[in-house]
Design a binder for this molecule. Structure first.
Ligand code: GAL
Length: 370
């Protein structure tokens, strides 16, 4: 009898636990809860780190690094994960949009490479979805500093790898002093002259990155370069799969990483981080009338407790909210490098005071708070 009661109890417990979150009864989200587990339509924590969002024909697509457990998750074991949503709170798992290559260790996106910060944009001229990402070849740490590109005919992929490499070989930035380009090369030159000179023949380094498409359809690749000391803003070709050779340098010697850009009331705004690896630091912000600069650096946009460490996060993207002109969401990652899959997302509403972006912590918020 006691055994029968026990079995009945176990059965009840099983069904009540099962009803919390299964494929049949996914949790319906009605708000953002920064830093908490964020479940998808299958009840699994969303796995799209360092990501970016594309809005396409009524649907948002979120692309990000698929992480696995442990520190192995800091390397690309699977690829770029894609989710879709109509309301930004509830995300459907669309699977792996770009898969790493298994069984060929020499492939640029071989399993075990470092593939970070994927961003997808749609090219109207070719009808293709174009994904750019930061790539480090397998087994070389962060020494390659490549940008990679892949394309697809559907937003959910599959994306086909096209190429990867350094950026704009044999091209000087439009805003570099002629004297610095031609002075005799010495090891004693300051880093901001020496590194760009060193990399001129083979192409410039490209690590943390984003892609920004302007209202006129021109796209730009914005990346940490020159050993992370400087950001480059480089124009992409009309099909978005290459560089035109036109680029500028910004924030020389400021060690900006994690760049994210938006256009608000006709001006360009940048949020970035400092350069402390997975550990959070104080966010940076800047404004410009022209995407090619000059950029004026503003203050740390975060205010309140933990503002000095961006509330524990680091920016991968600024999301323009559809149907709400001038409204943007700041997206950040809370990295968990010891167990990468447990990384969290920290989305906050963006506000402006004059030119200054303001980010305030919220435990919970909705789109009505924008
Ligand atoms: C961060 C960067 C991340 C990742 C990490 C590795 O600074 O933003 O994307 O590359 O360093 O330490």
């Amino acid at each position: 009898m006691i055994n029968t009661m026990k079995s009945l109890l176990a059965l009840c417990l099983f069904y009540s636990a099962a009803s919390v979150s299964t494929a049949e009864t996914p949790i319906k989200h009605t708000s953002f809860r920064p830093g908490e587990i964020w479940t998808d339509n299958n009840g699994a924590h969303i796995n799209a780190h360092g990501g970016g969002i594309l809005y396409d024909k009524g649907t948002y697509y979120w692309y990000g690094e698929h992480k696995v457990e442990g520190d192995a998750g800091n390397y690309a074991q699977v690829g770029v994960h894609c989710y879709s949503s109509k309301d930004l709170y509830n995300w459907k798992d669309e699977g792996i949009a770009l898969k790493v290559v298994e069984g060929d260790h020499s492939h640029p996106i071989a399993k075990g490479c470092i593939l970070e910060r994927p961003k997808v944009v749609y090219n109207k001229k070719t009808g293709k979805y174009v994904m750019w990402f930061h790539l480090e070849l397998k087994g070389k740490g962060y020494g390659s500093a490549y940008a990679g590109v892949a394309t697809a005919t559907k937003p959910t992929g599959p994306f086909k790898f096209l190429k990867a490499g350094r950026v704009n070989p044999g091209k000087w930035p439009l805003n570099m002093d002629k004297k610095d380009q031609t002075a005799e090369f010495t090891k004693e030159m300051p880093d901001y002259v020496r590194i760009i000179r060193r990399d001129y023949p083979g192409g410039q380094m490209s690590r943390d990155m984003t892609i920004f498409v302007d209202d006129n359809g021109k796209a730009y690749h914005i990346y940490s370069s020159e050993g992370n000391i400087t950001l480059h803003i480089a124009e992409l070709t009309p099909d978005y799969t290459g560089h035109t050779g036109k680029y500028v340098r910004a924030f020389i010697n400021r060690y900006m990483e994690a760049p994210a850009i938006c256009k608000h009331k006709g001006k360009y705004y940048l949020i970035a981080s400092g350069c402390t690896g997975w550990a959070p630091n104080a966010a940076r912000s800047a404004v410009a009338k022209n995407i090619a600069g000059p950029w004026m650096e503003l203050k740390n946009p975060c205010v309140g407790p933990k503002a000095g460490i961006t509330f524990g996060g680091q920016s991968p993207f600024i999301l323009p909210v559809q149907g709400k002109p001038g409204k943007f969401i700041f997206m950040a990652d809370i990295w968990r490098p010891k167990n990468a899959i447990d990384g969290r997302y920290l989305w906050l509403p963006m506000k402006w005071e004059g030119d200054q972006i303001i980010l305030e912590w919220k435990d919970e918020w909705t789109l009505d708070d924008l």
